[in-house]
Design a protein around this ligand. Structure first.
Ligand SMILES: [Zn+2]
Ligand SMILES: [Zn+2]
Length: 114
């Protein structure tokens, strides 16, 4: 199990008062997404979550066929297409399959993945 959440950055075991969005796998904790790319850290957990959300939207966004009809999350139209981001599935019609819309649906907090 991998546990994803914003955590205080520690250097030599001491927290430095800044956050990264991180994954914890067993005893190992490491920054993920854009926090792993020379990110100096964030003042708050929310800012670290936001940094990971940007990464998910920009780099993990894909449009995938559902294989069945589902109602669009934003209107009554049925669609076979969805936006998928790291296992999260958002059925959205052609009019609503846009990053600005998915951006409002995508929440980043704490999560577990096996
Ligand atoms: Zn960051
Ligand atoms: Zn729609």
């Amino acid at each position: 199990m991998v546990n994803y959440k914003a955590r205080l950055i520690t250097i030599g075991g001491k927290p430095i008062g800044l956050y990264h969005y991180t994954a914890k796998h067993g005893k190992n904790i490491y920054p993920v997404g854009r926090c792993a790319q020379n990110c100096p850290g964030h003042q708050t957990e929310e800012e670290a979550q936001e940094h990971y959300r940007e990464y998910l939207l920009e780099e993990r966004y894909s449009e995938v066929e559902l294989g069945r009809h589902e109602k669009c999350l934003k209107c009554p139209v049925f669609t076979v297409m969805s936006v998928q981001i790291d296992g999260r599935i958002y059925p959205l019609c052609g009019d609503h399959r846009k990053k600005e819309i998915v951006s409002k649906l995508l929440k980043v907090g704490e999560s577990w993945e096996s």
